[in-house]
Design a protein around this ligand. Structure first.
Ligand SMILES: *[C@@H]1O[C@H](CO)[C@@H](O)[C@H](O)[C@H]1NC(C)=O
Ligand SMILES: *[C@@H]1O[C@H](CO)[C@@H](O)[C@H](O)[C@H]1NC(C)=O
Ligand SMILES: *[C@@H]1O[C@H](CO)[C@@H](O)[C@H](O)[C@H]1NC(C)=O
Ligand SMILES: *[C@@H]1O[C@H](CO)[C@@H](O)[C@H](O)[C@H]1NC(C)=O
Ligand SMILES: *[C@@H]1O[C@H](CO)[C@@H](O)[C@H](O)[C@H]1NC(C)=O
Ligand SMILES: *[C@@H]1O[C@H](CO)[C@@H](O)[C@H](O)[C@H]1NC(C)=O
Ligand SMILES: *[C@@H]1O[C@H](CO)[C@@H](O)[C@H](O)[C@H]1NC(C)=O
Ligand SMILES: *[C@@H]1O[C@H](CO)[C@@H](O)[C@H](O)[C@H]1NC(C)=O
Ligand SMILES: *[C@@H]1O[C@H](CO)[C@@H](O)[C@H](O)[C@H]1NC(C)=O
Ligand SMILES: *[C@@H]1O[C@H](CO)[C@@H](O)[C@H](O)[C@H]1NC(C)=O
Ligand SMILES: *[C@@H]1O[C@H](CO)[C@@H](O)[C@H](O)[C@H]1NC(C)=O
Ligand SMILES: *[C@@H]1O[C@H](CO)[C@@H](O)[C@H](O)[C@H]1NC(C)=O
Length: 422
């Protein structure tokens, strides 16, 4: 097994060298190799040019980059690559338990260097940092990652690392042949043997191999939303009239908002306390809920017999901007004026192609509230079907059991007949 592992390791190192178009660095300490690195690195930098415009350039780490300033310590080591007029990229490593990890990447770029940043209207050096995902690398192994890793250091700077082979703590001046491969490289099926063996290139101690139930998703399909949000808290909201201060609108519900921003589906919960405001009218009432990042405006109308949720306006502020969607052609949460609308089940409303609302424990009365209390509730049909489902399932199960019993009886008769003829 270990002989086989060694063979695969050697093979992989060979491949890594062939593929590498990047830079190779030997950092020495008192003449002995103490840090080895071989990697390809591209930067994408957006910077300001004349006329308040931004320009984006793609820079490849030049082969002429120097490793001056790199250093090795017993517990920490630094690889620093400097190039051209005052640009540098560095990565720090430290030892933790029986492994090492990358700590921080620092990239400093000099916007005064007009050769790299043509037309730059800013002066001076910009420094950005990022935390790379290089952890738990076994001591006396090289970290290997042929896959591209894109690191967003800031909105202006992306770094693309590829064909990385690094040993941050070289023992006895000799680079290790053993590798710790990154997760992105893992699905390498090099074992034609039928026995299920662990990936031989991955060197970790056995105790850390046990997967925790919380981190079972290694392959996340990019299109499916992750419904990991907890059920939102049910908020209690009421609106009073301006005239005499009596309650004229009541609403209780937990609310989740699903929305599409930058082609990505996201979800947020409206977490109370949200500030409730609004107005009650004869034909139209309005409830506005505002929390830190979310504002929801619900407009109810009635045609004197029935009321409904007629318009929705949602504003969500995220790190990537403000999302606003409005629809004013809805007919939801419908009930007779003088009653309330209730739905305890989770409900899912598609408001626009970009916006969905999910409600939990919904109870609302936008018109005709008496003494601050809800009137008789009209329950949503969803709650009714929840009673139907067990009945249907039960009936189906009963049918299945019947079929099995009949089949068994027939089967027994046949085998009996068979034995008798023998
Ligand atoms: C680094 O060291 C290895 C062997 O120790 C040598 O083959 C390689 O050429 C060196 N690379 C550089 C860039 O000095
Ligand atoms: C240029 O980038 C800055 C942030 O770096 C941003 O505030 C600004 O809106 C951008 N300008 C254009 C025209 O995209
Ligand atoms: C890095 O940039 C060079 C030149 O712009 C390009 O040929 C190469 O494909 C890029 N590599 C990656 C990993 O993006
Ligand atoms: C930045 O670039 C300018 C122009 O090339 C140069 O004069 C200056 O020394 C550089 N800054 C640093 C810190 O190297
Ligand atoms: C950038 O530096 C040059 C030369 O030092 C100077 O003339 C220019 O005004 C500076 N620009 C800014 C925006 O500071
Ligand atoms: C960095 O990558 C992100 C995501 O791919 C992209 O939206 C952004 O424009 C990139 N920034 C730069 C400066 O290239
Ligand atoms: C690789 O690791 C194994 C066990 O971890 C060890 O027995 C072997 O000597 C190592 N090989 C090299 C070349 O360091
Ligand atoms: C395995 O590694 C973990 C963390 O890297 C460490 O806490 C643990 O002591 C190690 N176990 C053995 C048996 O080396
Ligand atoms: C899963 O994560 C939750 C919250 O992050 C935590 O409370 C829980 O202990 C974790 N469970 C396990 C088995 O790690
Ligand atoms: C308060 O005013 C509303 C109309 O604004 C009216 O319908 C209601 O009867 C009044 N209630 C009381 C107690 O005066
Ligand atoms: C929706 O709400 C936002 C603020 O929350 C407001 O600026 C916008 O005008 C509203 N849109 C409509 C159609 O009411
Ligand atoms: C919301 O409704 C759509 C269509 O009715 C359905 O495809 C989707 O699975 C529902 N989502 C949730 C979280 O219930």
């Amino acid at each position: 097994m270990s002989r086989y592992a060694a063979f695969v390791v050697v093979l992989f190192v060979g491949v890594a060298f062939q593929l590498s178009h990047g830079i190779e660095v030997n950092v020495t300490d008192e003449g002995k190799l103490c840090l080895y690195a071989n990697l390809a690195l591209n930067f994408s930098v957006s910077y300001e040019v004349a006329g308040n415009k931004n320009s984006t350039i793609e820079i490849e780490l030049p082969k002429s980059a120097t490793s001056e300033g790199s250093k090795c310590d017993d517990t920490g080591s630094t690889l620093k690559l400097s190039f051209a007029e005052g640009h540098s990229w560095s990565i720090n490593f430290n030892i933790k338990d029986k492994s090492y990890q990358a700590d921080v990447i620092t990239f400093a770029y000099n916007l005064s260097d007009l050769l790299l940043f043509p037309g730059s209207s800013a002066n001076g050096t910009v420094t950005v940092t990022a935390k790379p995902d290089i952890t738990n690398v076994g001591l006396d192994t090289c970290y290997s990652c042929k896959s591209e890793e894109i690191i967003q250091a800031s909105p202006q700077v992306n770094m693309t690392l590829s064909n990385v082979l690094i040993q941050a703590f070289v023992v006895n001046g000799h680079k290790s042949e053993n590798l710790t491969t990154c997760a992105a490289d893992q699905p390498v099926t090099t074992t034609p043997t039928p026995t299920p063996t662990p990936t031989p290139t991955h060197v970790t101690n056995t105790t850390t191999a046990a997967p925790t139930p919380n981190t079972t998703t290694t392959v996340v399909p990019p299109t499916t939303p992750t419904p990991t949000l907890p059920t939102p808290t049910t908020g209690n909201y009421s609106i009073k009239t301006d005239v005499n201060g009596t309650v004229c609108l009541l609403a209780n519900f937990g609310l989740r908002i699903g929305f599409q921003q930058d082609k990505k589906y996201r979800e947020v919960n409206m977490e109370p306390p949200a500030e409730a405001s609004g107005t009650c009218g004869v034909n139209s009432s309005e409830l506005v809920l505002a929390s830190k990042d979310v504002t929801v405006q619900l407009t109810f109308t009635n045609d004197s017999t029935k009321f409904r949720l007629h318009a929705v306006n949602v504003t969500v502020t995220t790190s990537s901007g403000v999302f606003v969607q409005t629809s004013n052609n809805l007919s939801l949460w419908e009930a007779t004026v003088g009653s309330s609308y209730m739905c305890n089940k989770e409900q899912n409303f598609t408001i626009t192609s970009m916006l969905s609302l999910y409600t939990f424990n919904l109870h609302v009365q936008p018109f005709g509230v008496k003494n601050g209390l809800y009137s008789t509730a009209h329950e949503c049909s969803l709650d009714d079907t929840s009673i139907l489902i067990p009945i249907i399932v039960g009936a189906a199960l009963a049918g299945l059991i019947l079929i099995v019993v009949i089949a068994y009886v027939i089967g027994r008769r046949k085998t009996h007949a068979g034995y008798q003829t023998l």
